[in-house]
Write a protein that binds this ligand. Sequence first.
Ligand code: FAD
Length: 138
Amino acid sequence: MLSHIVYLSDSTNFINWSLIKDILLCSDENNKNKNVTGILFGHGINFLQVLEGDKIIIKNLYEHIAKDERHENIILLDFCPITERKFSGWSMKGFNFNNLPKEQQQHILNKYCPASEYFYLPTEKKSCLAFIDELTQL
Ligand code: FAD
C-alpha cells in the first residue's frame, strides 16, 4: 500500500550542503531500487524527511535510517497511506534552507515564523505537512 513517513530529527553535526549531498549520494541507488521517493530538508541541526513508497518498504527503511549516527532525537510525525506521491520525480530531493533563493527564504520565514528573524522547522504535524506542500512548489 502506497504510504508516506514524515519525521524530524536532530543532526549530530551542523547541517551544510555537503552533509546533505553525502546522504543523498548513499540514498539515491537504494531508494531507486526500492521505488522510494521523497525529500530531505536540512536547516541548522534539524532534518525533515519524507519517505514515500510501499508501506513495509518505507517502514524498514525508516528503521534503518533511524540507526544512523549522523542524527538523533527522531520524532515520527506521520505514517499513513497516501493516494499519490508528492515527490514522484525524486529518489530523494535535498533542500538546505540557506541554499534557497532569498525571496523563497523570506516567503517561508514570513509564513512559518512570522514573529522571528530566524527560520525554525515547524514541529507540529499539521504545520509540517503544510510546509512539505510548500516544498513541492519549489
Ligand atoms: P553504511 O554505509 O555501512 O553505514 C553504516 C553507518 O555508518 C550509518 O548508519 C552511519 O551511522 C554511518 N555512516 C555512513 N556513512 C557515513 C558518513 N559519510 N559519515 C558519517 N557516518 C556515516 N539512506 C537511504 O538509503 N535512503 C534514504 O532516504 C536515507 N535518508 C537518510 C536521512 C538521514 C537524515 C540520514 C542521517 C541518513 C539517511 N540515509 C538514507 C543513510 C542511511 O542511514 C545509511 O547510511 C545508508 O542507507 C547506507 O546504509 P548501509 O547499511 O550501507 O550503511
